[in-house]
Write a protein that binds this ligand. Sequence first.
Ligand code: B12
Length: 362
Amino acid sequence: MSLMIVDVDDQIRHWSQVIFDRQMERQPQLQYAYDTRRKRRMMEDIQYNLELLRTAVQLDDPRIFEDHAQWIADLLIHRMQDLGEDAVRGQLVMHYEIMQEAAVEFLEADEAGMARKVLDRAVQITKAGNSAMAEESQRHAVPQAELKEQYLEKLLASDHRGAAKLIENALDGGTPLSDIYMHVFAAAMADVGWLWQRGQITVDKEHYCTAATQNIMAQLYPRIFALPRVGRTILACTVGNELHEMGIRMLCDVFEVYGWDSIYLGASLPPDAITASVSEHCPDLVALSVTMPHYLPLGRDVLKALQTDCDLSRTKVAVGGRAFQLAPELPQQWGADVTADNAVDLVRWADKVFGISRPGRE
Ligand code: B12
């Protein structure tokens, strides 16, 4: 397993090396059990754990690391089945204990105290053996579940054309475009993530499903652009090196379905490019998206930059994305105008705030 987190700074790099060396010292059997590739991945995982710990401490919010501890245990148990669940849990527990020692050595007293608290919870969670069953139980409880399953099946069979045809037929048969986005594309992508996490599909399949869905979304634009317009504009992007831009792109497309014009900036924008674009376009609504929890502090900073550098007298700002599921009150604390769990909920909010009426539509 590799998490390939790209934002590793010198402090995290140094700290990771110390933790890695200590764990190898205390569990010398890992020297033999792990080949070079697994050792490299272990180092990357340590770096990712530290990023997440830093985020939880910075935001003073232990839930961020709790969720991560559960997720990484689940991921590693499925990726390292040759070692067995107990051994993987044992290695993680030792890892968190070593992180606790390092926290005392490397952090200021108040931060170290918080880090220890967070890591105590991680140890408990890892020992308790909770798994991410909640997400699994949601898998089949959605509208359009059958269509979503058929779509996923086509994608997993690498049948891009078949998947596209399925969507065309559903639309021709009257399935609303917003249902296709929310209950087919988004739900299928969540399942793809779940299958990857559980080691049931490889990363190439995950990438194929992503690319195919992006292509199929692009084929829908002629239908979407033909819909009536409401004269409002949304500008949207992700923050930092967050590569998960498909969710915010879906959000823009859903706004287009409801008649908004969208200025979709994608991923990897420096904060001043976002503020410059908002100043240039003066959109009615800005939407910032964060998926990976360690970009939450940057999300907060970008929001602050918008609030200080841009004239927002005619612009509302929304922040959202998967990372906020862990801490749903953050957007309000940061002074965002709104957050929402999904694109359609945000459209409903925007309809009210901007006084848009849609006779004959939900
Ligand atoms: C596709 C995908 C990728 C693609 C992204 C491609 C792209 N162009 O977007 C790639 C391959 C790049 C990728 C990389 C990684 N990924 Co990934 N990825 C996914 C996957 C399978 C689907 C994402 C998606 O599009 N979902 C569908 C959309 C519609 O959902 P959404 O983003 O949540 O958006 C909806 C809402 O959140 C909301 N929303 C979104 N933004 C906003 C903004 C506002 C203002 C509002 C109001 C609402 C809102 O509206 C959207 C529509 O309703 C998810 C699984 C999942 N459950 O989502 C994993 C997932 C997010 N990835 C994960 C991981 C771990 C990674 C990597 C670290 C893995 C790796 N080894 O490379 C890297 C990190 C890259 C990085 N630095 O950012 C994990 C995250 C786990 C965690 N603890 O947070 C997940 C959950 C997979 C899993 N189950 O383990 N990934």
